[in-house]
Each structure stands twice: as C-alpha cells, then as structure tokens.
Design a protein around this ligand. Sequence first.
Ligand SMILES: NCC(=O)N[C@@H](Cc1c[nH]cn1)C(=O)O
Ligand SMILES: [Zn+2]
Ligand SMILES: [Zn+2]
Length: 483
Amino acid sequence: MSTAATIDKISSIIDQNKDALIARLAEAVEIPSVSGSAKYRPQVVEMAKWMAKSLESIGCENIQFKELGNQKLDGQDVGLPPVVFADYKSGGAGKKTLLIYGHYDVQPANKSDGWNTEPFKLVHDEKTGRLYGRGSTDDKGPIIGWINTIEAHRQAGIELPVNLKFCFEGMEESGSVGLDGLIENEIKNGSFFDGVDAACISDNYWLGTKKPCITHGLRGIQYFKLSISGPGADLHSGLFGGVVHEPMSDLFQIMSRLVTPAGEILIPGISDLVRPLTDEEFNRYQIMDFTVKDMDDATGSSTTIADDKEKILMARMRYPSLSLHGIEGAFSEAGTKTVIPAKVIGKFSLRLVPDMTPDKVVELVEKYVQSEWKKIGSKNTLKLDAEPGGKPWLADPNHWNYEAAIRATEKIYGVKPDLTREGGSIPVALTIADILGKNLLLLPLGRADDGAHSTNEKIDILNYIEGTKLLGAYLHEVAAATS
Ligand SMILES: NCC(=O)N[C@@H](Cc1c[nH]cn1)C(=O)O
Ligand SMILES: [Zn+2]
Ligand SMILES: [Zn+2]
C-alpha cells in the first residue's frame, strides 16, 4: 500500500473511533494529576499507572516505572512520581526508532479560579465541538494521541513503520525534577535510549487558531521564590500599621523593580546575554502566517504591548520575559480583612533564550535583588530561592524528522505548516537534543486559544482527532523520508 493510502486507512479508523477516543481522554482528565501540590501526589502516581495500563493495552513492551526518589513539597517529604518508559517494537529490520516524550501531570485547577465547568471532568460542548478540562490540551490529549494512533494501526492490521520508545514524566509542570539525572544515568549505563534516531514531543500549540505549525525552539525557564518575613505573627493593621516594616510593602517594592509594565526587564546584564537578531531570522518572523488578531484571540483581549506582528512574535519566541505570578501568604479572599501578613512569598520567573543559562540568570537576579533590598532599608528578612532551571533549546530544522512532519501536516491539514519557536519551556528538550545528541521536533496538536495553564482549558475535537491522524501520518512519513 502507498504511504498516502495507508494514512487514509488509518485516518478513517480514527474517525470511526472518535467517541471512544473522547471517552479515553475523559478518563485521563478525571485523574487530577497536579504535580505542584503534595496533596495530589497519589493521583499523579495513579495517572502513571493509567498510562502504563494504556500502553500495555496497545502492545507496548518493557514498560518500566523509573523511580526518582523524594522531594520536599508543601513542607512534606513526598515521593516523586515515576517516569514511565515503554517500547513499541514494530516487526521488520531497518526501521527507524523514535523517542516520544510527553507529560502526564497537569497544572493546578479549581472551579473557583473561574472555570465554567468542573476542571477534572471532561465536558463536551456540542455547539463548539470543544472538550473542556484540565490537561485536555496540556498534555493529556497529545500523549493519548500516540496511544490512539497505535491502536488504529493494530485495528487496521497495519504494522507501525517505525519503532517507538516512550518516555512520559509526571513532573514537567513542576520543573522536571529528577528527569535529567535519570536520562544521563540511562545513557551512561547504555540501555533504554540505545538505538534512538530522533525524537518528537507534542506539547505546544499552533500560533493561531487555523494554521498548524512545527516548532524548532523553546524558551527556557528560571523560577524564583522571594520570601520576606518579619513579625512573629499576622498583625492588626490598626494597632501595628505605621509601626512595623510590613513584609508585603517590602515585597511590592522589590517585585515592582524587576520589570516595567512594558515588559522591560530591569535586571542589569540580562539583555547582554541575548543572541543578536540577524536579518535572516527577522525574515522568518515576517513570513509567518500570523496577525495581531491571532494574538488577541489567544489572549481574549486587545492587550499586546507591541502593535506589529514581528515585535509580538519576537517577544514570544526570541526575547526573554519576566512574569510576576503570585504572592503566597497574602490576604486574597473576598472581604476587607485588615491584616498585616507576617510572611509573604513572591513568585516570579524569567523565560530564557539563547545564550542565557539558568546559572547566569540566578547570579544576576540574586545580585540585583540584594542590592535593591539594601536600598529599601527594611528590618525584615529577605530570602531568595531559585527553583531548578530549564535551558532554552533551538534545533536545526534541516533534517528528515522535520521533512516528515511537514509532509504529514500537508497530508492531514492540506497546508504547509509554519516553522515556529515556542515561548513556553519543556526542560527536558535540551537534554534530549544535547545529551542524547538526536534531532528533536515539536509537533503540536492544540491551538493558541486552548487556555493551557489557564481557566477553561480545552482542546477542539477537530484538533484531537486530526492531531491523532497527524501523529500516525508523521510515523509513515518518517519511514518514507528515510527509506
Ligand atoms: N507545555 C509545556 C509547559 O507548559 N511547560 C511549563 C514548564 C514549567 C512550569 N514550571 C516550571 N516549568 C511552562 O510553564 O512552560
Ligand atoms: Zn505541557
Ligand atoms: Zn504546561
């Protein structure tokens, strides 16, 4: 059978399976595998077991739970969720082997954050054809896409044209703790990753809502927790306001000196680390199929700092950013409690681009925060903690891996995909590319307006189903491009 006919056959089975594939995603969304909170750790482990069972049901072998030890979280000593390894061995000699990475953990979600539906229940909106639920697009939908496509191959009696090695982690949303060490150890001891020819990750989004893309770069991340404490307990502001240095006022001072409302990072030395822009790179932003409206649709507002396409794209893809995320310990409920919080922890992170490294960024941020703290002259105590960082990643798209993904996208969606860089971070990307030394490709399923990490996260049924077909088509195009 020709590659095109095979892809058509698999695609029609995926269409027939649609309801069952939605039910499979619903099962996964119901497990609240939130990695960032100790209270949900048992559910993250339950999700690892769900993944293992699903991989077994489609014929995967050598399924292993790789334990990573413990971590301190929310003041408790908790076990890290296992990394799930599995092989899908396809018969026949000379086939390429692809490493597929994804994550089965999710960001936190509470209905009270502003969700219209229960976040851990997949809700099918018949009118819009959307599936709402935490993890639907980040990253449960995409990783289940791999399971769906293998199942369709087995039902069609068509052998997979490549071998697959799966690596699914449960800590991606919390800094991928332990994963780099595990991969390095595996490589040193020569086992699971032997024979990998290239890698693919499906864990990012189209630039807009209509046109698919293929991604060859990611920003890195360095997350900080800045704690300021003073009074022995929360105080009455009527009795102690104006009397003591207030941790929250101190924190606001420091946080407001990190970044301007126009997004300019105020930490000296950061911009010197950014690789200069070339004419050739600028041209890539000019030809990207993208409008300011696409960004407005994705944010649900007209709040972009820049008003032209290239500046918006570069802000997302090739420049660093600093975001303020929240304050632990601050009064945040309804009402007018007149408290002076005794201890507050400000959370902020920087997205890193070539040639920034987490170590250098930590050094610059520490130096700057300490010097600003001295200027404030508070008697409170400041402590700055840096979380494990993730480096940026940039790949050469002139490779059969990209050629195959472009062809597969053309087959399924009928358009040539844009070649993009993503503003988000997947800490393991650089490890796969550098330590494994293999070409890595990002093949997104979801759209820009999916609301990953946000309230009302969704995946369109079209993206889930066509995306499942795309993953299958990609495997066949890899075989065609390398034979
Ligand atoms: N889909 C990838 C993703 O969302 N990655 C996270 C990674 C992260 C979260 N906290 C620390 N790293 C991201 O925010 O980019
Ligand atoms: Zn993700
Ligand atoms: Zn995420």
